[in-house]
Design a protein around this ligand. Structure first.
Ligand SMILES: [Zn+2]
Ligand SMILES: [Zn+2]
Length: 251
């Protein structure tokens, strides 16, 4: 099987009606990579596989809508019926400290028994089975990485939370599918700098990077993603769609 993206959750910043927060299952040739693990994402993950069937996890930053479900997964893996299971966790700076800070002392130690933690920066290169991962530093208030995932000549790029900028455009250059955050709608000047993109801002990144298709994600939980698609279509000439929980794309 080729490179495939399944959205587990895509509500931005907080859950929406029937929508959970960031989580993406990326698969190829039987390898399963979980990218981000926000509130609710693991409920949908388990429709597709068990926790111990994941080959690796990437967490792009410490905001809870991208990492908090790792706490529950930790308990699921630590008390697995066949004994504790260990999974490679590639996480941006401050993610693990944030999560273990929520746990008791013994569980915080156990966290490292369950997750083989590797801190990622813009220079990190990772191979997970047939998947090749590269990263870029994202413009966001806490240490955050955007990630590119390649398999058999196909390329998926996920912005994570991002205010855009040259590093994201460079990472996304020529991607077959750009999964780009579009938290906000309307006029970019109505929002603070350095945090997130509007739908038009995401479309500008896609246009500058020359990607084949754009999938908008992380639309604020209280907003209607269809409006985001309409706004992005005014800027990006290629196909634009909105992520939706449990939807899949072949990259
Ligand atoms: Zn977020
Ligand atoms: Zn964030």
């Amino acid at each position: 099987m080729g490179l495939e993206l399944t959205v587990l959750g895509c509500a931005g910043s907080h859950t929406g009606p029937g929508r959970v927060c960031s989580g993406y299952l990326v698969t190829a040739d039987g390898t399963r990579l979980l990218v981000d693990c926000g509130n609710g994402a693991t409920a949908n993950l388990q429709r597709f596989c068990r926790f111990d069937e994941l080959d690796a996890i990437v967490v792009t930053h410490r905001h809870v809508d991208h990492c908090i479900d790792l706490v529950g997964m930790y308990y699921g893996l630590r008390f697995h019926r066949d004994g504790a299971k260990r999974i490679d966790l590639y996480a941006a700076a401050e993610v693990v400290d944030t999560l273990t800070g929520l746990l008791s002392a013994d569980s915080a130690l156990g966290f490292h028994d369950v997750f083989e933690v590797h801190e990622v920066t813009a220079d990190t290169e990772v191979t997970v089975g047939p998947l090749a991962l590269t990263f870029a530093e994202s413009v966001h208030p806490v240490p955050t990485v955007s990630v590119a995932i390649e398999h058999a000549g196909r390329r998926l790029v996920y912005s994570s939370d991002s205010a855009g900028g040259p590093a994201l455009i460079e990472l996304a250059r020529g991607a077959d599918l750009l999964l780009c955050e579009a938290t906000w709608q309307g006029d970019p000047d109505a929002y603070p700098d350095g945090m997130h993109l509007t739908a038009r801002g995401a479309a500008e990144v896609a246009r500058e990077a020359g990607v084949a298709r754009l999938v908008l994600t992380h639309v604020l939980g209280s907003l209607d993603p269809r409006i985001s698609v309409t706004e992005a279509t005014e800027v990006f000439p290629g196909p634009v769609e909105a992520a939706a929980d449990l939807r899949s794309w072949v990259v």
